[in-house]
Design a protein around this ligand. Structure first.
Ligand code: ADP
Length: 159
């Protein structure tokens, strides 16, 4: 059975992330979306909220699971019995960091490979930070996230 992990901060999940999830779930038997609980970043949403939002938008995809993790990504990948890490590539600017990350992970865990999916052109400009910035000024974010996620962002910004 082919099992992959798609790791990220997902603070919050955008339509760009969702596109990568749908496409990788289609080519793998099982996809685990790994939500990083990163203590060095201050996220807008707690890890529990991010997991919950991802579960709500992926509920209808039977081979997708959402879990949080902390520590080394390769440890989470091994514990999940996965052999593949999925990452999305938006632009050249993503490339250098992603290359470094995948090569480092491959040295630490030679049995694990990283597979890159290029972004859907529609979402190549899209990031969680941009969505948060627009929402902060009460701009319309409906083209960037699922309606349920837009509702939660607006609710968070109102507090
Ligand atoms: P990280 O903090 O690891 O960069 P993100 O949540 O920002 O986590 O992104 C997780 C993964 O999703 C990364 O591989 C990133 O390149 C990819 N990604 C982010 N936005 C998009 C997008 N608009 N289209 C395709 N892939 C994306």
């Amino acid at each position: 059975m082919s099992v992959a992990v798609y790791p990220g901060s997902f603070d919050p999940v955008t339509l760009g992330h969702y596109d990568i999830i749908e496409r990788s779930a289609d080519i793998m038997d099982k996809l685990i979306v790994g939500v990083l609980n990163n203590s060095s970043k201050t996220p807008l949403f707690s890890v529990e909220e991010r997991v919950d939002m991802l579960r709500s938008v992926t509920r209808h995809i039977p081979n997708v699971e959402v879990q949080s993790f902390d520590g080394l990504l390769v440890d989470f990948v091994r514990a999940s019995r996965a052999k593949v890490i999925i990452r999305g590539l938006r632009a050249i600017t993503d490339f250098e960091y992603e290359l470094q990350l995948s090569q480092t992970n491959h040295v630490i865990a030679p049995e694990v490979d990283t597979v890159f999916l290029t972004t859907n052109l529609k979402y190549s400009y899209l990031s969680s930070s941009i969505v948060k910035e627009i929402a902060q000024y009460h701009g319309d974010i409906s083209a960037f996230v699922h309606p349920e996620i837009a509702r939660r962002i607006e609710e968070k910004m109102a507090n």
